[in-house]
Design a protein around this ligand. Structure first.
Ligand SMILES: *Cc1c(COP(=O)(O)O)cnc(C)c1O
Length: 680
């Protein structure tokens, strides 16, 4: 209402908008009764959030509302203006915190403050990704510095490479949930240490180790300084495992034996693993750890090997300290992030329990979910309000509410989708226009940036990290067949790609470069686009505005995948291999699945063949079969089922309630799951 164009230009950043809005416009709004009414409602709602005591958690567990759950993660994806996330893990952590706030779960987050964020993606004209680094503008974010009880910005000290490093923190409130982001950029620190937390996942293993030590050890100490005494500690992915080690040290320092300390830390800790590939877990050599942290075992009253044994993987022929192994040994509750990933994880971690079959390895699974209010387009929310009544929001946990999506009016849903698609096309053109004017100058690049996209063509979206297992280039396996599919004048198809490769991932950058080159090929007639700088903001536009979401991970390497859930919440069906969440989410009505391939077959060839076949025989015909109003009725069924299934089973509310009932509450109440710690 203040300034629609500026809202768009600030990429939906309310603080930035308020800094830049015209004062005369503000004054006019202050006189506008309609504006003032909405303003008052919002302020009242904020007050209600701060004061209410009838949240789900407080009414379900009134005796536990004063306890604290500490959630540690190396990245948090909250909003595009705070670029301290690289992809799915961070966005999931952000959705976890937002939902904890919604449900009144007494959670706090601990992460790192990366002032230079994750890399900004700039592609050279030949498609090679260069990783720019820029400080993000703190004044355009809600981050605020935290002071200790005596006003001191230094909240804790850790020893790194023999030097004392002082740690401060920034706080961001996610509704009711505070997240503390640790920072070492203080004057009293050695210049080298000041940069330790500047960037996410940049630099080699030594920097990584130091960041993880700061996160784990520094995180615990900062919470102590601030007066927190968490009842449950959750390590989200192995990066946070030193948090568990530090708590063992704390207990030993206060008189417990090492064995007893390990038992007590286990009983109050939760570990979530997100990686189905052995090479995806951080490991460090004992010498490296010792060089960085010093002889920490002395403070624990044990021998060096007792500490390193915590991170020892019994089936690997090295003695490296394995972060996920340490997290498993020090957490009585361990889970994977989808049903299929649970099976994989039990298999991968079976060596820790050599006396058990894989099926009995005590690792459960809680399938990820996404925060509905973050990912569902406002236009879709408004449509649901008109269909279900303004209070449907209060019944979002009732599957029957989502079942009513199947009765949505086809014409109305199609019209909403069409508006979202047109918004996407417009923002793609705008981004291309700016880049062309600023840098490119050559017309060719306008093609690859999507200016020839056609609003009416079936539009496929592919947005995610360019890790090789995600196979962004699979669809180019047979370029002639792809060309026939795309440039059919009666039933045109187009593809929009977005995503960054990890700064150190050369093979990922090569895949990206190949995809980029295809976008400029004349034979595809401008029907393939690559949009730079994938982040949460572009992610919103994509999952809300394309017709079909494409996901091609090589099974079983996708732990869960969440972007398809975001698309589905906007009625965008998915076509995917049966990996991650799709192995349990696909039900025949809500999209398409590429079936598994027999052992020993060439999986890439088989999957590409199935992909072309599904697109040619099923997806394209269904999309282009229209009724007299030009509405694709068969397609609408897919859209409605996508929405229904995602809302019923893949929301972060469902996920968080599972964490609460299966992990947090039993841990607070001191119940042990009854499973033995690893025996190897
Ligand atoms: C949701 C999201 C991801 C994760 O997508 P996957 O499907 O899990 O690969 C990555 N990046 C951004 C910006 C996201 O919003």
């Amino acid at each position: 209402m203040l300034d629609g164009a500026l809202w768009h230009l600030t990429r939906h950043n309310p603080i930035e908008l308020l800094r830049r809005v015209d004062l005369a416009r503000l004054a006019a709004c202050a006189q506008d009764p309609v504006f003032l009414e909405r303003y008052d409602a919002l302020i009242a709602w904020n007050g209600w959030v701060a004061d209410t005591h009838d949240t789900w958690f407080e009414t379900t567990y009134p005796d536990l509302a004063q306890r604290t759950i500490a959630y540690f993660c190396a990245e948090f994806g909250l909003h595009a203006s705070v670029p301290i996330y690289s992809g799915g893990l961070g966005v999931l952590a952000g959705d976890h915190c937002k939902t904890a706030s919604d449900l009144g779960v007494p959670l706090l987050g601990v992460g790192l403050f990366y002032i230079k964020g994750y890399s900004d993606q700039r592609l050279r004209l030949d498609g090679w990704q260069e990783d720019a680094e820029e400080r993000f503008d703190l004044a355009a974010t809600p981050l605020e510095p935290v002071r200790g009880p005596h006003g001191d910005p230094c909240l804790a000290t850790v020893r790194l490479s023999g030097r004392a490093v002082s740690i401060g923190a920034w706080r961001v409130m996610v509704g009711r949930v505070p997240i503390f982001l640790l920072d070492t950029d203080h004057e009293q620190n050695d210049p080298a240490d000041r940069q330790l937390c500047h960037r996410l996942y940049a630099g080699g293993p030594d920097l990584r180790l130091r960041q993880e030590w700061i996160l784990g050890v520094g995180g615990v100490r900062v919470l102590r300084t601030l007066g927190y005494d968490p009842a449950v500690w959750h390590a989200n992915e192995g990066h946070a495992a030193f948090m568990l080690v530090e708590r063992v040290r704390e207990l030993v320092a206060s008189g417990a034996s090492f064995a007893d300390a390990v038992r007590r830390v286990r009983a109050t800790s939760v570990f979530t693993t997100h990686t189905p590939v052995p090479a995806g877990h951080d490991t460090f050599s004992p010498e490296q750890v010792e060089q960085c942290t010093g002889p920490v075992w002395q403070e624990m009253g044990v021998r060096r090997e007792d500490v390193f044994r915590l991170g020892h993987h019994p089936a690997l022929d090295h003695d490296r300290f394995h972060m996920s192994v340490a997290a498993i040994r020090l957490s009585a509750r361990v889970n994977a992030v989808s049903r299929r990933h649970g099976e994989e994880s039990r298999r991968i971690w079976a060596p820790l329990w050599p006396d058990r079959e894989a099926a009995r390895v005590p690792i459960t699974d809680i399938t990820n979910g996404v925060h509905v209010a973050t990912w569902m387009a406002n236009r879709v929310v408004a449509l649901l309000e008109s269909h279900l009544g303004a209070d449907w929001w209060q019944h979002v946990d009732d599957p029957a509410v989502w079942a009513r999506m199947l009765k949505l009016d086809d014409f109305a849903l199609w019209a909403v989708h069409d508006e979202l698609k047109s918004h996407l096309m417009r923002s793609i053109r705008e981004q291309a226009r700016r880049r062309w004017a600023d840098q490119w100058k050559e017309a060719l690049h306008l093609v690859g940036a999507g200016t020839l996209l056609d609003h009416h063509a079936l539009t496929i979206g592919f947005g995610r990290r360019f890790a090789t297992y995600k196979r962004a280039d699979l669809i180019f396996r047979d370029p002639h067949r792809l060309q026939r599919l795309l440039v059919n004048p009666w039933r045109p198809v187009q593809i929009v790609f977005a995503g960054k490769a990890h700064p150190g991932d050369e093979p990922g950058k090569q895949v990206l470069q190949r995809v980029y080159a295809h976008t400029r090929e004349a034979r595809f007639e401008g029907r393939i686009a690559f949009i730079e700088d994938y982040d949460m903001h572009l992610g919103h536009n994509l999952v809300q505005g394309v017709d079909l979401w494409l996901n091609l991970p090589r099974p079983p390497l996708e732990a869960c995948g969440t972007s398809g859930m975001k698309a589905a919440l906007n009625g965008v069906p998915q076509l995917s291999t049966l990996d991650g969440w799709w192995a349990e989410g696909y039900d025949g009505s809500n999209g398409w699945a590429i079936p598994g391939v027999p052992e020993g077959a060439d999986a890439d060839a088989a999957d590409a063949e199935q992909l072309y076949r599904l697109l040619e025989d099923e997806v394209v015909p269904l999309f282009y079969t229209r009724d007299a109003r030009d509405v694709p009725l068969g397609w609408m069924e897919k859209m409605k089922h996508a929405l229904c299934v995602a809302g019923q089973r893949f929301s972060a509310r469902r996920m968080l309630r599972q964490y609460v009932t299966e992990h947090y509450v039993p841990a607070i109440r001191g119940q042990l799951p009854g499973d033995d710690p690893p025996t190897a």
